[in-house]
Design a protein around this ligand. Sequence first.
Ligand SMILES: [Zn+2]
Length: 309
Amino acid sequence: MDLTKCKLCGEQFDSLSDLAKHLRSVEKIKQADYIKDNCVKKDKWSGDVIPFKTLQQYDETDFLNRDNFIKWVMRRASDQEAQDYCFDYLRKRSKTRPFKYIPSHVELRAINCLSIIGIEEKSSVAAYEEFCKGLGMLPRFDYDAKITVPYVEGMKIYVDTREQLPLSFPCTVESKTLNVGDYSCAEPHYSDLVVERKSLEDFVGTMGKGHARFTRAIERAEKQGIYIVIVIEEKFNTAFKYQGKASRQKFGGPSPFGIVRKLMQAHGNIQFLFANDRDGSADKIKKIFSVGDLIKKVDLQYHYDRKSL
Ligand SMILES: [Zn+2]
């Protein structure tokens, strides 16, 4: 549906804001009334009417939620349709919120788009990367890279003294005051790679109300050349559903996954990994420190979901 054309007089506009101006000053009609009378949009899977909030939101929305998008992809769309839809969707989004980096697996799972694994199944990562580069996005992760976890002799993990609920690791652990992060690995090997551990509630609080403070911490780390992996002790889907239902009433502030997407685009020195539970988090943190520098070049959630981390 082309929303940049006025359905009342047929005039074509370059942008939604030009149409908005036209509706206001020439047609003298409220946006919501104009939409209701002329261009009602329905969920591509369920056929339910999509509620109107803003022209931009209406233009970008074809599904009421990600579940409906996934059902459409799995049960109705051909591979080509799924790919075309996702590329169009990203093109549309990138007009109003340009992507600096090619969106990662976590970012894609948090919008109505195929994830990297979905793209592998319906299209190819190479095609996706080409498409994104065409829109001016920078590559961030190497999806051809394989992770091998070496055995590290005498490995020692530092835990910040302020860490409330320290995880246990099958290696030497020492308590230490860390400037950034909750966990780091003994020098000289990986001192510029740290892990922030978050329970689900920590995550929602930090990405919601606490996001300004967290952003400053990321910026400080960036200046010091420190890379942060934020490990969440929860499944991605549980966190994603939880934030939608609970976070705004309980925590207030912006949408946590909106902040995740924003931070991932603004900072090249972070990524997020949803590691299921506390045991999973401890296991992945030890692997992250064992692998070292390569961690910064691989999409951890992608490898986690692929079971290759
Ligand atoms: Zn008009």
